[in-house]
Write a protein that binds this ligand. Structure first.
Ligand SMILES: [Zn+2]
Length: 441
């Protein structure tokens, strides 16, 4: 992400200390005065004073979080599990320590600069932990299957990545080789969703699509986002010249406003048990007017996590991360991703992608699975399966894309293959069925 917004308001250290001490006493009660816990709190004050200037900003178009909603997670997680999830999934390399202080019995979490910290009490043991509030159900909580319907009762949202159609060029998810038909990722993801949805419904699931057409879900337009774009460019330390302003307004439209709109619908209206985000990948194709085909081709899956210290300094990203961490969607995400990645690796024959940048981390021994902080996997509060198969501008995949969708199999490079859309949809459906049909495990 980006540098913090310069000139953002921060409160005076003295006021901050006053608020922290008062809040801490109220929280713990008078009996804790002079206790080891209270002394520890004063050590923590130093930490919070240090971090007071780090947390002034919100990400573009992010509403200020309502921290009181995290109260529902009091005493639902042990200290050990909380720290392990931060270290191994959500905020590796200790970056969380700049905004979260962990004591024996609680975490002290920096909220906004003019507010008190949020205090999260730990459960003493896993056995005594209170139940986790989550609207979505893991596979063990689903109703019994009906005969021949292994997905009975499951609510699945399919999120065909990007917008496609007219917007594909603006999204930079569009290329054309010579006179061949243009390739638009947003149209391809929708094609996969249209094959996958009825398959899952036939298996007993309730399926919802975040879009059914190549049109935006957000009602905002790039022109309405200019002032947000200026703030965002300032935040990044980039000049708001005409070209930068146009590009940033467009990016806020097709990526940020669009995904925030989809997340609102998923979290508040659809409320599925799982979201499956459908994407295709690409390698750099060079000059957009003469895009290049490449030889690389690969597959990977993304799980929410791996926030950087700079990303965690944004109040909204810190809050979103804690919601995901505390509702334990990670466990369901990882288990389901493991099964789907095995099916998809076998069906496509694609090797795992390997991140050489620090933006993603491995979370288990599965080479296809990475944790990475994306708006679309962070904002959807339920478990999210985020799939990045096929390099669209690889020679092999490009030939298959040009062939379009078809029934049966055709010869590509000496092997008989389904259409790239059906191979994708079938592998996902097979993985979902295998995972959810073992509900008693
Ligand atoms: Zn994509």
């Amino acid at each position: 992400m980006t540098a913090l917004r310069p000139g953002s308001p921060t409160m005076s250290p003295r006021n901050r200390m006053r608020i922290i001490c008062r809040f801490y006493r109220n929280f713990h009660g008078a009996q804790c005065k002079n206790s080891r816990t209270l002394k520890a709190a004063h050590v923590t004050v130093a930490f919070l004073l240090f971090t007071a200037s780090l947390n002034a900003a919100l990400s573009p178009l992010a509403p200020p979080p309502d921290w009181s909603k995290l109260d529902a997670f009091q005493e639902t997680i042990t200290r050990q599990d909380f720290v392990a999830l931060l270290d191994k999934v959500y905020a590796p390399a200790g970056v969380w320590k700049e905004t979260i202080a962990v004591q024996d019995d609680m975490a002290i979490i920096t909220t906004r600069p003019d507010g008190p910290p949020f205090l999260l009490r730990f459960a003493r043991t896993r056995d005594t932990a209170k139940s986790i509030p989550a609207y979505w159900r893991g596979r063990a909580q689903l109703p019994a299957e009906e005969p021949g319907k292994p997905l009975t009762g499951l609510r699945i949202a399919l999120d065909p990545g990007h917008i496609g159609g007219y917007w594909a060029k603006m999204e930079e998810r569009w290329f054309q080789i010579g006179d061949a038909s243009p390739v638009a990722e947003g149209d391809m993801t929708l094609a996969v969703a249209e094959i996958l949805a009825p398959r899952l419904e036939d298996l007993g699931a309730q399926v919802f699509l975040t879009r059914r057409k190549p049109t935006p879900s957000t009602s905002l337009s790039p022109g309405q986002l200019e002032s947000a774009a200026i703030a965002s460019l300032t935040d990044k330390g980039t000049s708001a010249d005409e070209e930068n302003l146009r590009k940033e307004s467009e990016r806020l439209f097709y990526r940020v406003a669009e995904i925030r709109r989809r997340a609102k619908r998923i979290n508040e209206t659809i409320r599925p048990d799982v979201v499956i985000c459908l994407h295709f990948n690409a390698e750099p194709w060079g000059d957009a007017t003469k895009p290049q085909l490449v030889s690389q081709n690969h597959l990977h899956f993304l799980i929410a996590g791996a926030l950087s210290g700079q990303e965690l300094a944004y109040e909204d990203q810190r809050y979103d991360m804690l919601v995901k961490l505390l509702n334990r969607s990670f466990l369901e995400e990882l288990a389901l991703t493991n099964v789907i990645s095995s099916k998809m690796g076998a069906a496509t024959g694609l090797p795992p992608y390997f991140y050489r940048t620090g933006t993603a981390i491995r979370v288990n021994a599965n080479p296809y699975v990475w944790a990475r902080n994306l708006l679309a996997n962070r904002l959807f509060v339920c478990p999210v399966i985020y799939i990045e198969p096929y390099v669209m501008n690889s020679r092999f995949v490009f030939a298959r894309i040009l062939a379009g969708d078809y029934k049966g199999r055709r010869n590509f490079g000496g092997a008989m293959r389904k259409s790239v859309y059906r191979e994708y949809a079938d592998a996902v459906a097979d993985g979902v069925v295998e995972y959810y049909s073992r509900r008693s495990l």
